[in-house]
Write a protein that binds this ligand. Structure first.
Ligand SMILES: [Zn+2]
Length: 95
């Protein structure tokens, strides 16, 4: 479980995650179901970035920041960079 403010999200590794236009996704957040889905087959570093991307969407939904997809997409790897460069990540794979 991942706590985002008052909400607990399940974090699930899956294969074959698609959006409504049938495009393959590295991850997605299902706000109404409080679930974060991550593609199980992506490389570990991509997984970390995808996870943070979906966390940012969950935070955005909570605080109503109305971030655009582009803003989330640039913030996630930037946040990962700062966490990694400062030794704030656990070394284990997130799997
Ligand atoms: Zn997104």
């Amino acid at each position: 479980m991942l706590k985002v403010g008052p909400l607990d999200f399940s974090v699930e590794l899956k294969t074959n995650i698609y959006d409504l236009d049938k495009r393959a996704l590295y991850g997605t957040v299902l706000h109404s179901e409080q679930r974060i889905l991550l593609d199980a087959e992506q490389p570990p570093q991509l997984m970390q970035s995808s996870f943070l991307h979906e966390v940012l969407h969950a935070i955005d939904d909570m605080v109503q920041a109305e971030l655009t997809e582009r803003q989330v997409s640039v913030l996630a790897p930037a946040l990962l960079m700062v966490l990694r460069d400062n030794g704030l990540l656990k070394e284990d794979d997130p799997e």
